[in-house]
Write a protein that binds this ligand. Structure first.
Ligand SMILES: [Fe+2]
Length: 202
């Protein structure tokens, strides 16, 4: 099988939950798909590295994977669905750590920033603050320190920045309102494991 065919199979598998469940609400005023596209758009506008643009697009896919498997979501019942872990496990089948780790840590990044910045809490939407409480709330000092020591700390904070931005009610005149998943297809292809390993002998 050609390399590109393998890569397409990966990307199609990753995007399938968006096609099936992307219309579902995020808990904000935008749908899951609108949120994903907005986050990726903000990352792109900020000239973020490509793996962060991909992570921004895919960071909440754990919600959709859970919907696919159970047709419901724990957070609707006020439980922590651990969507960042579900999403990271799902993405790890197709992408390397550069995408998987920031996705896994984007919830920790919120908890860290609320714990260390007095004004960060005010910037959270109501739904985001509610999920923050379900996800463990404030970090203590030693947990903050452990997170700061992670090699993925900076990428996780960067992804979080786009996550908070991408919750705006879609406006017809906004640049991102024209975006579709297809606009990120080639970027995702280039970051699939099969393509990235093309010249690797590690
Ligand atoms: Fe998000």
């Amino acid at each position: 099988m050609r390399l590109r065919t393998l890569a397409r199979k990966s990307v199609d598998a990753v995007l399938a939950p968006f096609h099936q469940w992307g219309h579902l609400p995020l808990g904000e005023e935008v749908s899951q798909l609108e949120h994903a596209l907005q986050c990726a758009w903000f990352a792109q506008q900020d000239n973020a590295p490509e793996h962060i643009i991909a992570a921004a697009l895919l960071h909440d896919i754990g919600h959709l994977v859970t919907y696919s498997e159970t047709a419901s979501h724990p957070e609707e019942d006020d439980q922590n669905g651990y969507h960042e872990k579900v999403g990271a496990s799902f993405l790890a089948q197709h992408f390397d750590d550069e995408i998987v780790k920031p996705v896994r840590l984007h919830v920790a990044a919120k908890r860290y920033q609320v714990s260390t910045q007095e004004d960060y809490r005010q910037g959270l939407s109501q739904a985001s603050y509610h999920s923050f409480l379900l996800q463990g709330g404030l970090m203590d000092a030693s947990t903050c320190h452990a997170f700061e020591s992670s090699p993925w700390f900076a990428d996780a904070l960067l992804l979080r920045k786009y996550d908070e931005l991408g919750k705006q009610v879609e406006r017809k005149d906004a640049d991102y309102s024209q975006l579709t998943l297809d606009d990120f297809y080639e970027l995702l292809i280039e970051h699939t494991r099969v393509v990235k390993e093309r010249n690797s002998y590690a």
